[in-house]
Design a binder for this molecule. Structure first.
Ligand code: AMP
Ligand code: MG
Length: 419
């Protein structure tokens, strides 16, 4: 199947003269510059959960495929009813799910019929068994029924040939149920987006490696690799590299061979040891987007050998927040699922804060038992434990604001970020 066009080398170029880019503008720019990069493959419906539909799916079969009973009861022709007190002799036999009645129910008669049974010829209305008595082979009931009561018409849910699901949808468990119901046994989905993750820094060691007093364990990589898996993408672990331009370049090249997009953390600003910036600078496609966000420092965006590179900040909290805010919608777009931003709810603040103007702030937050938004006791961007304490983020807009307890604040539960 055909592959989509590659992103152009200058796709992250920003207009000159822009210094601090607001979050919304950054998101709008990213959205404008990226497009789907994944190819398409055919997979069995049974294995398609979490995959991104690549084409619209049309129902192959009506659902339900035949008119059937919604209840356990008795079926008859509506025109057999007379007045208020009904007495219909029962026909021999019954209709059950998977055991159809093979015959006709004649006018004036009723037939035992069970939930899911195909409605036999001659029946258009069904009375619930709890509403009747059967005496001497005669069905008796005293209630007004509408024609068609308790019958699920053929194709009532989805008709054959109708659209069942649209391209771009990330297949949910209930979608697999619908696909099966309408007889779709295979679907065209996007190949999983391969996302390489690289940590940079002379101080880093992997958590299972020996460590010296001046070193720290790489916290970003396990976090980012797991995020990618939860987003239904394929994580490619590039490990960590020292702040060494040659090694950084080698790893980016490996990432470009093995993945569709590379996420790095650390080394993204313009400091001496910031070799991600330096290496990407050499590619001639680097754009440091100075985003007005806290926590977060510049986002480094570039193309390396045809593959987009997303340079996240090194501080773990900043890396996590910028991954949720910027990387997630971008990766979803690249993956074929389409751009998607989280929806906020408004909660009364359980805190007070004097927020300075200039940068949008994301605070580690949690909804308390009264439904108010509490925030973590520290805003330190190395305090990973605050992310574990939190169940979401509070977003404070770009403007300055005096927040007192009870004021409404925007709150995003982590579930809105696919977690
Ligand atoms: P950098 O962006 O490289 O200047 O890093 C900013 C801060 O984040 C420094 O304190 C780094 O030690 C820390 N840092 C960078 N990468 C990681 C990582 N993978 N895990 C934990 N801390 C990191
Ligand atoms: Mg560093």
């Amino acid at each position: 199947m055909s592959s989509p066009p590659k992103l152009s080398n200058d796709c992250f170029a920003l207009p000159p003269g822009v210094h601090w880019t607001p979050v919304d503008e950054t998101l709008a720019s990213l959205r404008e510059r990226v497009s789907v990069v994944t190819g398409i493959e055919l997979v069995p419906t049974l294995a398609a959960g979490g995959r991104v539909l690549a084409t619209d799916v049309v129902a192959r079969r009506d659902s339900p495929p035949y008119a059937n009973s919604a209840v356990d009861g008795y079926g008859f022709a509506f025109t057999s009813l007379r007045g208020h007190e009904q007495a219909l002799p029962l026909a021999e036999g019954r209709a059950a799910a998977g055991g159809p009645f093979d015959g006709v129910v004649h006018a004036g008669k009723a037939l035992r019929i069970l939930t899911g049974a195909m409605v036999p010829e001659g029946v258009d209305t069904i009375v619930l068994e709890e509403d009747v008595i059967v005496e001497g082979g005669v069905l008796k009931f005293a209630m007004g029924l509408k024609k068609g009561a308790n019958v699920r018409p053929k194709g009532e849910d989805v008709g054959a040939g109708e659209g069942a699901l649209s391209a771009g949808r990330i297949l949910q468990p209930q979608d697999l149920g619908l696909l099966a119901a309408v007889g779709v046994d295979t679907v065209e989905v996007h190949k999983r987006l391969r996302v390489a993750v690289l940590s940079t820094g002379d101080e880093l060691r992997q958590v299972d490696e020996d460590i010296a007093p001046h070193q720290i364990y790489d916290a970003n990589r396990p976090m980012l690799l797991d995020l990618i898996g939860r987003w239904g993408m394929e994580a490619v672990d590039l490990g960590h590299v020292r702040d060494d331009a040659t090694m950084v370049r080698q790893m980016l090249t490996r990432g470009a061979q093995e993945a569709d997009v590379i996420l790095t953390s650390g080394g993204a600003s313009a400091g001496d040891e910031d070799h991600i910036s330096a290496a990407l600078q050499a590619s001639g496609t680097l754009n440091l987007w100075r985003v007005a966000i806290k926590p977060g420092r510049p986002l480094a965006l570039a193309m390396w050998e045809g593959v987009p590179v997303f340079g996240l900040p090194g501080n773990p909290v900043a890396a996590f927040v910028t991954a949720l805010i910027f990387a997630r919608p971008t990766l979803l777009e690249l993956s074929g699922a389409g751009w998607s931003e989280p929806r906020a709810t408004h909660l009364p603040a359980a805190f007070s804060k004097s927020k300075k103007p200039g940068r949008r702030e994301y605070l580690r937050a949690k909804m308390d038992t009264n439904g108010h938004a509490e925030v973590f006791k520290s805003e330190g961007s190395g305090r990973i434990s605050g992310l574990c304490w939190a169940d979401g983020l509070v977003e404070l807009g770009d403007q300055g604001r005096e927040i007192t307890e009870g004021d409404p604040v925007r709150y995003y539960p982590f579930t809105e970020f696919g977690l």
